[in-house]
Design a protein around this ligand. Structure first.
Ligand code: IFM
Length: 499
């Protein structure tokens, strides 16, 4: 898509009034201050300090220094016209050992952040767990251990008691698939274990922790607060329509999607999932009453979408040597993963907005009464500041145009999507890839911590402004129009009153 087309799209895509325009981040990826306020190591501190685990030996020790630059970052969000901001709370910052009372200094940061956001007219959306388990809990067994679910619910209560009166949207877990299967099966994420049975136990205890936390949140938060869960559901496609490839789709759908959707929305684990993994575990970790706990109703489902998953039946004769331990317990021998077609991002992930459309349509079919939120969507590219200081990221603008257009079409087709949170507000610590992969709509020079809105930030701001301008007609707070939004110089950011 050309720049002109992009601008047209920004002017013409109109979403329903009240649509949430957001950006998302996660604590370990942006905060830094790893040793401040009594914070103790999380599994990601330990993992990133283990040689060979994270590219270049990068850690989240400083990250984008958001802990100290939070007011500047909130001002930036206001400049962009965001209506909502999704952030996560660092568990080891508010409850360092994962047990016992909260550390007020740790909670104070989130109190200040919440206050700033509300002052700026931005709704806070909090995620309680975005992968930073206190190391002490991992030492006690981590998510494969049942007690971790109860520890998580207790931690949820501490955060809800401190912030519950001011945060309208709560998410228990971010992408439990990654926590369970990248953390405990393939080991490419913290804590780096490679035990498929432990990964399945972890998945169940993450589900249980979610359910217990929903119970706690309902009992602690004001009635109007909404409670949700964010999943990185896979849009799984077969290479062909053959029975063998469809069988591969079924297996991966069970391990990626239904292992979370079925217990949370239907109070059961799929029988085919239990059968496929019978050689790995007997599922005796599911106790009486767990599924009722997990299936407590939630108000919305968050979806993180980046690229589809294409699979085929494994060739029984020619099996390529595995690249490492698999994140797919029970499916290693049965399924092959293939690249989807299309241009790739810097992660090597194919750009395929149809995958998002397919996913939304499926969820609408299967969960017609559940409001959906796109809680993450975005792309990494090799962005840099040119000699004038500008950061041009036309590929990301196109990515956003295409994916927001897919969301727009879905809404037009009657699918209840309530908001979109771009991943990510800032370039940040991209887990095992360190600082080498830039997902931000705002460029961060990690040496100086200087923030520079990329062209994609300007494009997003223009789209938001055009839409919020329309909402004005419906009686909401007026905002500046697209022309002002396109001029996001640091000087204007500091000086301009946006509301
Ligand atoms: O950076 C991550 C985020 O923490 C979780 N979802 C995927 C993003 C990109 O890999």
């Amino acid at each position: 898509m050309t720049a002109v087309d992009d601008q047209t799209a920004a002017r013409t895509l109109r979403f329903p009034p009240g649509f949430r325009w957001g950006a998302a981040t996660a604590a370990y990826q942006i905060e830094g201050g790893a040793r401040e306020d009594g914070r103790t190591p999380s599994i990601w501190d330990t993992f990133s300090r283990t040689p060979g685990r994270v590219r270049n030996g990068d850690t989240g020790d400083i990250a984008t220094d958001h802990l100290h630059r939070m007011p500047e970052d909130v001002a930036l969000m206001a400049e962009l016209g965001l209506t909502d901001y999704r952030f996560s709370v660092s568990w080891p910052r508010v409850q360092p050992t994962g047990r016992g009372p909260a550390v007020q200094r740790g909670l104070d940061f989130y109190r200040r952040l919440t206050d700033r956001l509300l002052e700026a007219g931005i709704r806070p959306a909090v995620t309680l767990y975005h992968w930073d388990l206190p190391q002490e809990l991992e030492d006690a067994g981590g998510w494969p251990e049942r007690d971790t679910a109860q520890r998580f619910a207790d931690y949820a209560r501490l955060v809800a008691e401190a912030l519950g009166d001011r945060i309208p949207l709560w998410t228990t877990l971010n992408e439990p698939w990654c926590s369970a299967f990248l953390g405990y099966a393939s080991g490419v994420h913290a804590p780096g274990r490679t035990d498929p049975a432990a990964a399945l136990r972890a998945a169940h205890h993450l589900n249980l922790g979610h359910g217990l936390a929903v119970g706690v949140l309902r009992g602690t938060l004001p009635e109007a607060a909404q409670v949700s869960l964010t999943l990185n559901l896979a849009a799984v496609r077969g290479r062909t329509e053959s029975a063998a490839d469809r069988e591969a789709v079924r297996r991966i759908d069970a391990l990626a999607n239904r292992i979370f959707l079925d217990p949370v929305f239907h109070g059961r684990y799929p029988q085919d999932l239990r059968d496929d993994t019978a050689a790995v575990t007997d599922w005796s970790f599911v106790h009486d009453g767990d599924l009722a706990e997990i299936a407590r109703p939630i108000d919305a489902l968050g979806i993180n979408y980046y690229t589809p998953t294409v699979v085929a039946a494994a060739d029984p004769v020619h099996r390529p040597a595995p690249e490492g331990p698999s994140p797919w317990p029970g499916a290693e021998q049965a399924v092959r993963f293939l690249p989807a077609a299309g241009p790739r991002t810097a992660m090597g992930w194919p750009v395929d907005p149809d995958g998002l459309t397919e996913l939304l349509a499926r969820l609408h079919r299967e969960l017609p009464r559940t409001p959906l939120l796109i809680t993450e969507n975005g792309a990494a590219y090799d962005d840099y500041a040119d000699p004038s200081g500008a950061v041009h990221d036309p590929e990301r603008v196109s990515y956003l145009v295409d994916h927001l257009s897919a969301v727009h079409r879905a809404i037009g087709a009657g699918i209840d999507v309530r908001g979109y949170f771009v991943w990510s507000l800032l370039d940040n610590f991209e887990w095992a890839y360190g600082y080498g992969k830039r997902f931000g709509i705002v460029h961060v020079d990690f040496a100086s911590q200087r923030r520079t809105p990329k062209d994609s930030a300007r494009w997003y701001a223009a789209l938001i402004a055009a839409n919020r301008g329309r909402a004005d007609a419906a009686g909401r707070t007026p905002l500046r129009g697209p022309a002002g939004a396109a001029d996001l110089t640091p000087e204007r950011r500091r000086g301009q009153q946006v509301r």
